[in-house]
Write a protein that binds this ligand. Structure first.
Ligand code: GZL
Length: 330
């Protein structure tokens, strides 16, 4: 039995894509029925975390006989490309749309279009602003504010007795993204609640990439110097690793002259920890592809869902880096 999919109508041209489906019911329950066609608009390929997340979702979809096809689009960290992908998924009449929104705002119109087309939306990883909460079914991902709180708790524990106060540099993730907004708010929420005596010397976005993280750290060093800087809080591994290069090139010892916190927990991040170049890792787990397929099937079957489904994540200090490194999956 074939499910005719109208794929893209432009300039009068009608593109007809046929998606072969098995016979049987549409329950999407893994029987011999039609499998689900899922459209996934991914943020990009900016970090090891993102690459691992894409691989986890693709391999889970491939292995899951409830999924007939995963249409994957790399948004190249551009919201416009993600919006275009969603509109194409709507035209192609996919069963479920999965979106990892690069930033929190600017989604209302396209999410409304998906709703008007009767296609449910699942958020994977990042979130959108609360005003759009009714335009998606559920978000599967991390509690970014809790990740920030975990980082803040370690900073308070580490620097509480520093009589001179703690001078901090922050490398923020992509401007306007949920992880950047929430990792910042959670971190400073704890520092303030615990009464840490600190100064945020500077805070800029490195856009979650190693290249931009290194460039911003070089600017920090040029502007402020590193003498008297106690802590660098980097919202992901790539920016932290880029900053480590800049710190070394400036003749300082990362992990010793300046303590460093990173978020994600990649192999490269843990290796830098084993090498003594950083001091604390807050895990952000990208390997949730199988869990996402379960969510997609439940949504397609009209199951009632919690608005947020958190993935499991831990924290690691320097005593744990070596033992944990072999377990890292990305
Ligand atoms: C967090 C994810 C972030 C990672 C970065 O869930 O959105 O985006 O922390 C990635 O490495 O770029």
């Amino acid at each position: 039995m074939f499910k005719q999919v109208l794929a893209g109508v432009g300039a009068g041209a009608l593109l007809l894509g046929l998606t072969a489906c098995g016979g049987g019911d549409d329950s999407g329950d893994g029987g011999s029925g039609d499998g689900l066609v899922v459209g996934f608009a991914q943020v990009g390929a900016e970090s090891a975390w993102r690459t691992a997340n894409s691989e986890s979702v693709k391999s889970a979809a491939e292995a899951d006989d409830r999924i007939a096809e995963l249409k994957f689009v790399d948004g190249q960290q551009e919201q416009e490309k993600q919006i275009e992908a969603i509109r194409n998924f709507i035209t192609q009449q996919v069963d479920v749309i999965v979106l990892a929104p690069v930033v929190e705002t600017g989604w209302t119109d396209v999410l409304q279009e998906a709703e008007d087309a009767g296609i449910p939306v699942v958020l994977a990883d990042r979130g959108v602003e609360a005003a759009d909460e009714d335009l998606y079914v559920t978000r599967l991902g991390s509690d970014f504010a809790e990740e920030g709180r975990k980082a803040g708790a370690w900073a308070v524990e580490t620097f509480a007795d520093d009589p001179d106060g703690t001078r901090i540099l922050e490398l923020q993730g992509t401007t306007g993204s949920a992880p950047a907004n929430d990792r910042k708010s959670g971190f400073f929420e704890v520092l303030d609640a615990e009464g840490l005596n600190y100064e945020l010397v500077d805070s800029q976005s490195g856009n979650f990439t190693a290249e931009e993280g290194k460039a911003v750290m070089e600017t920090f060093i040029t502007t402020h110097g590193l003498e008297g800087i106690d802590l660098l809080y980097a919202h992901n591994d790539e920016m932290g690793l880029g900053a480590i290069q800049a710190i070394e090139e400036a003749g300082f010892k990362p992990g010793e002259d300046i303590q460093i916190i990173i978020v994600d927990g990649s192999k490269a991040g843990f290796q830098a920890g084993v090498d003594g170049k950083l001091n604390y890792i807050v895990e952000c787990n990208p390997v949730f592809g199988e869990q996402l397929m379960d969510v997609v099937v439940d949504v397609a079957n009209g199951e009632s869902m919690e608005k947020f489904t958190p993935v499991e994540e831990g924290v690691f200090d320097s005593t744990q880096f070596e033992a944990e490194l072999p377990n890292r999956q990305f």
